[in-house]
Design a protein around this ligand. Structure first.
Ligand SMILES: Cc1ncc(COP(=O)(O)O)c(C=O)c1O
Length: 412
């Protein structure tokens, strides 16, 4: 393709807007009207949150669904189910939202970061194993951008060390690993329903599990530990916050759950089309999807090859000029470098808790040398506009044509 790049004064590939992303409509409204008509907006006495939990869990073949107020609170609930002692460690990924890390720290545990692989951008199982110590309490695997982690070796390592696994599926609803849905391979699967996610209630979350002890503990954890089925003087059985989802959110979450399969099928078809269109584009490579896996494209991550004749920033600017918005570097730095208080280990007042707890392994620090490979991945990462369920095939073809034009044009 020899057309002049728009950034150099050529005609942009795309001049019109992409379709808006209105994710809710009459189905959500109908469920909401039921709630308002009932006069009850709290999950206790309502039907919507319970139905959401049951239907979402059933889709995943899980015995328990525990709804909560956000993906962060779903992950906090998962850590609360496992109930680590202060100073114990949870191994997780450095490319994620702070919502994966806050729950670990609030439970007094210490996050330990495994490097991300330059092809999948997901946690490298070998590095997870290398980071296990006698303090490790759990592994939290993050399915980045909707791309499933390599769960077989992760589960093998976890079982060999008798460690529970939390799957952070906040970006990966209905992604599949070798025929299995994400969230069903580990001991607990957690999902976010924040506005940008595949299904949404504005904010919201859910943790699923098949484990009776985790399921019961999780239900209590999200409700201040209150054992409501016992009459008489109050009994609080678990120490936990109030993370209850309310009926208004539950109504929307329920309607969204009923649409989830259709949303994902369409989104995946659009994302897979872009993947196909870009198979032979030079100097950029797609986030590797492992054999037998299905992506759900929360973001469309690409790696600008180390020897490309352009920088990720140049690529981003040129692509945006073609009418296809493009981000670079996702969170910019490994998550522990994005948060000064975490990096400086000053999270709770003047203390260094949990890093100074007598049970904690001394000498844990986070700096530029903690995950250098992950920093390199972030440095090379670009995120062109992701195909969505609202786009036509032609919209996706425009994205593909613009990426190809830029990758070819910036070459010269
Ligand atoms: C991987 C990951 N984990 C956790 C979260 C936290 O979810 P929420 O914003 O719903 O609390 C997010 C949100 O973007 C996320 O992307």
């Amino acid at each position: 393709m020899s057309a002049t790049l728009a950034i150099n004064g050529g005609t942009p590939v795309r001049t019109g807007p992409f379709p808006p992303q209105k994710k809710v409509g009459k189905e959500e409204l109908k469920e909401l009207v039921d709630v308002i008509d009932s006069g009850n907006m709290n999950r206790w006495g309502g039907t919507k949150v319970v139905a959401f939990e049951e239907e979402f869990a059933a889709i995943h073949g899980a015995k328990y669904g525990v709804a909560s107020t956000s993906g962060t609170s779903a992950l906090h609930t998962a850590v609360g189910m496992i109930n680590p002692s202060p100073g114990q460690e949870i191994i997780t990924g450095p490319i994620t939202d702070m919502g994966s890390i806050v729950p670990i720290l609030y439970q007094g545990a210490i996050p330990i970061f495994a490097e991300c692989a330059p092809d999948t951008f997901n946690m490298d199982p070998a590095d997870i194993e290398a980071k296990i110590t006698e303090k490790t309490a759990a592994i939290m695997a993050i399915h980045l951008f909707g791309n499933p982690c390599d769960m077989d070796p992760i589960m093998e390592i976890a079982r060999a060390h008798n460690l529970p696994v939390i799957e952070d599926c906040s970006q990966a609803h209905l992604s599949e690993y070798k025929g299995k849905l994400v969230g069903t391979m580990g001991d607990i699967g957690c999902f976010s329903l924040q506005q940008s996610k595949h299904i949404t209630s504005g904010d919201g979350g859910i943790a699923i599990t098949n484990d009776d002890e985790f399921g019961i503990r999780g239900k209590l954890f999200t409700d201040k530990g209150w054992h409501r089925e016992q009459y008489g003087p109050r009994v609080y059985e678990v120490f936990g916050p109030n993370y209850r989802m309310n009926e208004l959110s539950g109504a929307v979450a329920l309607a969204q759950t009923r649409k989830m399969r259709d949303i994902i099928d369409l989104r995946r078809a659009r994302g897979d089309l872009l993947r196909e269109l870009l198979a032979h584009v030079p100097h950029v490579r797609l986030q590797k999807l492992m054999e037998g896996c299905k992506h759900t494209y929360w973001q469309f991550g690409m790696y600008v090859e180390d020897d490309a004749p352009f920088t990720p920033t140049e690529f981003t600017q040129a692509l945006s000029a073609e009418g296809v918005p493009c981000g670079a570097h996702y969170i910019g730095r490994p998550i522990f470098l994005c948060h000064d208080a975490l990096r400086n280990q000053r999270l709770f007042g003047d203390s260094r808790y949990p890093f100074d707890h007598p049970n904690a392994r001394p000498g844990i620090t986070y700096d530029e040398n903690t995950c250098p490979q992950t920093q390199h991945v972030l440095d090379r990462l670009v995120q062109p506009m992701c195909p969505t369920q609202f786009m036509s095939e032609d919209d996706v073809r425009d994205i593909g044509a613009a990426i190809e034009k830029v990758a070819e044009g910036l070459r010269k």
